[in-house]
Design a protein around this ligand. Structure first.
Ligand SMILES: CC(C)(COP(=O)(O)OP(=O)(O)OC[C@H]1O[C@@H](n2cnc3c(N)ncnc32)[C@H](O)[C@@H]1OP(=O)(O)O)[C@@H](O)C(=O)NCCC(=O)NCCS
Length: 182
Protein backbone atom coordinates (compact mmCIF):
# COMPACT_ATOMS: atom_id res chain seq x y z
CA UNK A 1 0.00 0.00 0.00
CA UNK A 2 1.36 3.41 -0.98
CA UNK A 3 1.62 6.09 1.70
CA UNK A 4 1.43 8.90 -0.84
CA UNK A 5 -0.29 8.79 -4.23
CA UNK A 6 2.17 9.66 -7.01
CA UNK A 7 1.37 13.00 -8.58
CA UNK A 8 2.64 15.33 -11.25
CA UNK A 9 2.93 18.95 -10.20
CA UNK A 10 3.81 22.12 -12.08
CA UNK A 11 6.63 24.30 -10.77
CA UNK A 12 6.72 28.11 -10.92
CA UNK A 13 8.71 27.95 -14.20
CA UNK A 14 6.11 25.68 -15.79
CA UNK A 15 8.14 22.47 -15.65
CA UNK A 16 6.35 19.24 -14.78
CA UNK A 17 7.71 17.23 -11.88
CA UNK A 18 6.58 13.89 -10.55
CA UNK A 19 6.47 13.47 -6.77
CA UNK A 20 6.30 9.90 -5.49
CA UNK A 21 7.63 7.55 -2.83
CA UNK A 22 11.17 6.27 -3.36
CA UNK A 23 11.67 2.60 -4.23
CA UNK A 24 14.77 0.40 -3.79
CA UNK A 25 15.44 0.64 -7.54
CA UNK A 26 15.84 4.43 -7.18
CA UNK A 27 19.07 4.01 -5.22
CA UNK A 28 21.51 4.80 -8.03
CA UNK A 29 19.72 7.91 -9.28
CA UNK A 30 19.00 9.11 -5.78
CA UNK A 31 22.65 8.86 -4.78
CA UNK A 32 23.57 10.81 -7.93
CA UNK A 33 21.16 13.59 -7.01
CA UNK A 34 22.38 13.65 -3.40
CA UNK A 35 25.99 13.89 -4.59
CA UNK A 36 25.06 16.74 -6.92
CA UNK A 37 23.13 18.59 -4.21
CA UNK A 38 25.94 18.18 -1.67
CA UNK A 39 28.34 19.90 -4.05
CA UNK A 40 25.98 22.83 -4.56
CA UNK A 41 25.02 23.74 -1.00
CA UNK A 42 26.75 24.15 2.36
CA UNK A 43 23.41 23.80 4.12
CA UNK A 44 23.40 20.01 4.27
CA UNK A 45 24.88 17.86 7.01
CA UNK A 46 27.37 16.44 4.50
CA UNK A 47 29.65 18.13 1.99
CA UNK A 48 30.61 17.21 -1.58
CA UNK A 49 31.38 13.50 -1.75
CA UNK A 50 30.76 12.98 1.96
CA UNK A 51 27.49 11.06 1.62
CA UNK A 52 29.12 7.65 1.57
CA UNK A 53 26.25 5.14 1.29
CA UNK A 54 26.81 2.46 -1.32
CA UNK A 55 24.12 1.76 -3.87
CA UNK A 56 23.36 -1.57 -2.19
CA UNK A 57 23.02 0.02 1.25
CA UNK A 58 20.88 2.83 -0.11
CA UNK A 59 18.63 0.34 -1.88
CA UNK A 60 18.16 -1.65 1.33
CA UNK A 61 17.51 1.58 3.26
CA UNK A 62 14.81 2.60 0.77
CA UNK A 63 13.13 -0.78 1.11
CA UNK A 64 13.04 -0.42 4.88
CA UNK A 65 11.60 3.09 4.61
CA UNK A 66 8.89 1.83 2.31
CA UNK A 67 7.95 -0.93 4.75
CA UNK A 68 8.07 1.23 7.90
CA UNK A 69 4.90 3.02 9.06
CA UNK A 70 6.92 5.80 10.70
CA UNK A 71 9.10 6.78 7.74
CA UNK A 72 8.55 8.52 4.45
CA UNK A 73 11.02 8.90 1.58
CA UNK A 74 9.80 11.10 -1.25
CA UNK A 75 11.55 11.84 -4.53
CA UNK A 76 10.90 14.47 -7.19
CA UNK A 77 11.65 13.50 -10.78
CA UNK A 78 11.81 15.79 -13.83
CA UNK A 79 11.95 13.77 -17.05
CA UNK A 80 14.74 11.27 -16.41
CA UNK A 81 16.44 13.28 -13.68
CA UNK A 82 15.96 12.97 -9.94
CA UNK A 83 15.94 16.56 -8.73
CA UNK A 84 14.98 16.41 -5.09
CA UNK A 85 14.23 14.22 -2.11
CA UNK A 86 12.82 14.32 1.40
CA UNK A 87 13.23 11.75 4.14
CA UNK A 88 11.36 11.65 7.43
CA UNK A 89 11.60 9.18 10.29
CA UNK A 90 10.01 9.28 13.71
CA UNK A 91 11.25 7.39 16.75
CA UNK A 92 11.20 3.62 16.91
CA UNK A 93 10.00 3.29 20.52
CA UNK A 94 6.70 4.36 22.11
CA UNK A 95 8.13 7.45 23.81
CA UNK A 96 9.48 8.97 20.57
CA UNK A 97 7.28 7.47 17.88
CA UNK A 98 5.10 10.60 17.73
CA UNK A 99 8.00 12.86 16.78
CA UNK A 100 10.36 12.74 13.84
CA UNK A 101 13.05 14.56 11.92
CA UNK A 102 13.23 15.25 8.22
CA UNK A 103 15.85 16.34 5.74
CA UNK A 104 15.24 17.83 2.32
CA UNK A 105 17.47 18.59 -0.63
CA UNK A 106 16.82 19.87 -4.11
CA UNK A 107 19.38 20.35 -6.87
CA UNK A 108 20.27 23.99 -7.48
CA UNK A 109 18.67 24.31 -10.91
CA UNK A 110 15.30 23.82 -9.19
CA UNK A 111 15.66 26.06 -6.14
CA UNK A 112 13.03 28.73 -5.56
CA UNK A 113 10.38 27.12 -7.78
CA UNK A 114 8.05 25.93 -5.04
CA UNK A 115 9.18 22.30 -5.03
CA UNK A 116 10.34 22.43 -1.40
CA UNK A 117 6.89 23.62 -0.37
CA UNK A 118 5.21 20.84 -2.36
CA UNK A 119 7.39 18.09 -0.88
CA UNK A 120 6.72 19.46 2.59
CA UNK A 121 2.97 19.56 1.97
CA UNK A 122 3.05 15.86 1.07
CA UNK A 123 4.97 15.07 4.26
CA UNK A 124 2.58 17.05 6.45
CA UNK A 125 -0.55 15.53 4.87
CA UNK A 126 0.81 12.00 5.22
CA UNK A 127 1.95 12.60 8.82
CA UNK A 128 -1.48 13.93 9.81
CA UNK A 129 -3.07 10.88 8.22
CA UNK A 130 -1.02 8.45 10.28
CA UNK A 131 -2.83 9.59 13.42
CA UNK A 132 0.19 8.91 15.60
CA UNK A 133 2.75 11.41 14.29
CA UNK A 134 2.23 14.60 16.28
CA UNK A 135 5.42 16.52 15.64
CA UNK A 136 7.69 17.12 12.65
CA UNK A 137 11.04 18.68 13.46
CA UNK A 138 14.27 19.67 11.78
CA UNK A 139 17.50 21.51 12.25
CA UNK A 140 18.60 24.22 9.85
CA UNK A 141 21.61 26.51 9.64
CA UNK A 142 20.56 29.86 11.10
CA UNK A 143 21.71 31.64 7.91
CA UNK A 144 19.71 29.39 5.53
CA UNK A 145 17.09 32.06 4.85
CA UNK A 146 15.29 30.29 2.06
CA UNK A 147 14.78 27.10 4.07
CA UNK A 148 13.74 28.97 7.24
CA UNK A 149 11.24 31.04 5.29
CA UNK A 150 9.77 27.87 3.82
CA UNK A 151 9.47 26.17 7.22
CA UNK A 152 7.88 29.22 8.82
CA UNK A 153 5.39 29.44 5.97
CA UNK A 154 4.35 25.87 6.77
CA UNK A 155 3.84 26.67 10.45
CA UNK A 156 7.12 25.48 11.94
CA UNK A 157 8.19 27.45 15.00
CA UNK A 158 11.60 28.11 16.43
CA UNK A 159 12.31 25.87 19.43
CA UNK A 160 15.93 26.69 20.13
CA UNK A 161 19.40 27.50 18.91
CA UNK A 162 22.10 24.83 18.91
CA UNK A 163 25.58 26.30 19.10
CA UNK A 164 28.52 25.15 16.96
CA UNK A 165 26.64 22.12 15.63
CA UNK A 166 28.24 22.15 12.18
CA UNK A 167 31.91 22.42 11.22
CA UNK A 168 32.59 23.43 7.64
CA UNK A 169 36.12 24.24 6.42
CA UNK A 170 37.28 25.17 9.91
CA UNK A 171 34.29 27.32 10.82
CA UNK A 172 31.52 26.41 13.27
CA UNK A 173 27.88 27.15 12.52
CA UNK A 174 24.79 27.38 14.73
CA UNK A 175 21.55 25.60 13.93
CA UNK A 176 17.95 26.38 14.75
CA UNK A 177 15.77 23.59 15.94
CA UNK A 178 12.25 24.02 14.53
CA UNK A 179 9.09 22.04 15.11
CA UNK A 180 5.62 21.72 13.65
CA UNK A 181 3.02 20.44 16.10
CA UNK A 182 0.23 18.62 14.29
C1 LIG B 1 15.85 24.70 1.13
C2 LIG B 1 15.11 24.09 -0.05
C3 LIG B 1 14.64 22.69 0.31
C4 LIG B 1 13.87 24.97 -0.32
O1 LIG B 1 13.15 24.45 -1.41
P1 LIG B 1 12.77 25.40 -2.64
O2 LIG B 1 11.96 24.58 -3.57
O3 LIG B 1 14.01 26.01 -3.15
O4 LIG B 1 11.88 26.47 -1.90
P2 LIG B 1 10.50 27.07 -2.39
O5 LIG B 1 10.62 27.49 -3.82
O6 LIG B 1 9.40 26.12 -2.03
O7 LIG B 1 10.36 28.42 -1.54
C5 LIG B 1 10.79 28.63 -0.24
C6 LIG B 1 10.49 30.06 0.21
O8 LIG B 1 11.72 30.80 0.24
C7 LIG B 1 11.56 32.02 -0.48
N1 LIG B 1 12.86 32.34 -1.04
C8 LIG B 1 13.35 32.05 -2.25
N2 LIG B 1 14.60 32.47 -2.39
C9 LIG B 1 14.93 33.05 -1.23
C10 LIG B 1 16.10 33.69 -0.73
N3 LIG B 1 17.22 33.79 -1.47
N4 LIG B 1 16.08 34.20 0.53
C11 LIG B 1 14.97 34.10 1.30
N5 LIG B 1 13.83 33.49 0.89
C12 LIG B 1 13.82 32.98 -0.36
C13 LIG B 1 10.51 31.72 -1.47
O9 LIG B 1 9.93 32.92 -1.93
C14 LIG B 1 9.57 30.86 -0.67
O10 LIG B 1 8.81 31.64 0.20
P3 LIG B 1 7.30 32.06 -0.14
O11 LIG B 1 6.56 30.76 -0.31
O12 LIG B 1 6.91 32.85 1.04
O13 LIG B 1 7.40 32.83 -1.41
C15 LIG B 1 16.00 24.03 -1.33
O14 LIG B 1 16.31 25.32 -1.74
C16 LIG B 1 17.28 23.23 -1.13
O15 LIG B 1 17.29 22.02 -1.26
N6 LIG B 1 18.39 23.91 -0.78
C17 LIG B 1 19.68 23.28 -0.58
C18 LIG B 1 19.71 22.29 0.57
C19 LIG B 1 19.05 22.81 1.82
O16 LIG B 1 19.22 23.94 2.22
N7 LIG B 1 18.28 21.95 2.49
C20 LIG B 1 17.60 22.28 3.73
C21 LIG B 1 18.50 22.01 4.87
S1 LIG B 1 17.66 22.28 6.43
Amino acid sequence: VKKVEPKTVQLKDGSAVKIREAEPSDAKQLLESIHKASGESDNLSFGAGEFDMTEADESEFLGKCQAADNQLYLVAVAGEQMIGSLHFASGRRPRTRHSGDFGISIIKDYWGLGLGAMLLNELIDWAKGTGFIKKIKLTVRIDNKRAIRLYQAKGFVLEGTLRNEMLIRGQYYDLYSMGLHL
